[in-house]
Design a protein around this ligand. Structure first.
Ligand code: AHM
Ligand code: MG
Length: 335
């Protein structure tokens, strides 16, 4: 069969061999995410038709309005992982605390924990803009058999064994890495199968797109302001073009395909940035690095940050390697 016609299911089975001593647990996690993604996709696609759009009247832990579809996606991903008895714990951007998962034998015998943002950018649903699911998988630190603890979740990103995202867009894609490059699969909605459409995705070394919410310019650190001016200056291959959707998965996906940089910096309004280290920055950083790109907090590699709490935020500079390095040069001037 030609490489491009492979389904995600076939690909997962084939790749299982790449893991020494693999028991197939990780493959089963990816498979569950594939299934949950299809369920959520069905609902997201119908969002304009049914009365499911709008705030659910609750706020999440960060005090932001939760949309109904966030709640739905959160439940679908969590239930799918719990039902299949393949993880010992789940942490979600939508839940204050992590969940420990015991099997039907009441044992906590699974090796992995999953962290996720079930529906990122959900404020965009009302206006028909693409949203996404982001996930990150770690091997537990605590011994098998005991309930998962916060130690299992508060690991630096370099310990990730898998990470990925689903983009519910003009077409729905699942993009993931297990540390052997990045592959993208497109859903054929007629058949309900994901097909390998983007094998071995790579960032170009440099690009000409910068993505940042420039409306916050006055609140940005001086290094970021200087970098923006650099992007806009008429020299060499510049000015770059500016593209910002305000939906991380979409902005990231475009930049990985076309070459670019995404920045969500600290600001006087958001002193730690906005994005969550565990649910958003780490998984995207793993994918970026596996695609030859780079991810930093402006000074340090994202994946080396030791997290202190589940919902902590981090500034995020991510994209084509040379562009991130250039932004870091500007940041270093004001360290
Ligand atoms: P969310 O997790 O509440 O959906 O927020 C994350 C989103 C990202 O998808 C996006 O990149 C960013 O927030 C946009 O923020 P802003 O509107 O401040 O530019
Ligand atoms: Mg989010």
């Amino acid at each position: 069969m030609e490489e491009r016609n492979k389904t995600l299911g076939e690909f997962i089975i084939e790749k299982q061999g790449e893991f020494q001593y693999s028991t197939g647990e990780l493959s089963r996690i990816i498979n569950s995410i594939r299934l949950a993604a299809k369920v959520v996709n069905y609902k997201v696609n119908k969002a304009g038709l049914v009365d499911i759009v709008g705030a659910a009247g609750e706020q999440n832990i960060q005090g932001e309005d939760q949309q109904k579809l966030d709640v739905y996606a959160n439940e679908v991903f969590i239930q799918t992982l719990i039902n299949r008895e393949i993880v010992c714990g789940i942490a979600s951007e939508e839940n204050d605390e992590f969940i420990t998962v015991a099997g039907s034998d009441k044992g906590h015998n699974n090796k992995y924990v999953v962290l996720m943002d079930p529906l990122d950018g959900s404020s965009n649903i009302d206006v028909n803009v693409s949203v996404g699911t982001i996930f990150s998988v770690f091997r537990r630190i605590t011994p098998i058999g005991s309930p998962a603890t916060s130690e299992d979740f508060l690991q630096p990103g370099i310990n990730q064994v898998a990470a990925g995202y689903v983009i519910y867009g003009t077409s729905t894609m699942l993009v993931y890495t297990t540390g052997h490059g990045v592959n993208g699969f497109t859903l054929n909605p007629a058949i309900g199968a994901f097909y390998l459409s983007h094998p071995n995705m790579k960032y170009s070394e440099t690009g000409n797109i910068y993505s940042i919410n420039e409306g916050n310019y006055v609140h940005f650190p001086q290094g970021v302001k200087d970098y923006i001016k650099y992007c806009q200056s008429e020299e060499e291959d510049r000015p770059y073009t500016s593209r910002y959707i305000g939906s991380l998965v979409s902005d990231f996906h475009r930049n990985m395909i076309k070459g670019g940089i995404y920045i969500y910096p600290t600001s006087s309004k958001a002193p730690h940035g906005k994005l969550r280290l565990l649910y958003e920055c780490n998984p995207m950083a793993f994918i970026a690095e596996q695609a030859g790109g780079k991810a930093s907090d402006g000074y340090n590699r994202i994946m080396e940050i030791q997290p202190k709490e589940l919902h902590e935020r981090a500034p995020f500079f991510c994209g084509s390697k040379k562009m991130v390095e250039k932004a870091e040069e500007f940041m270093a001037n004001y360290k």
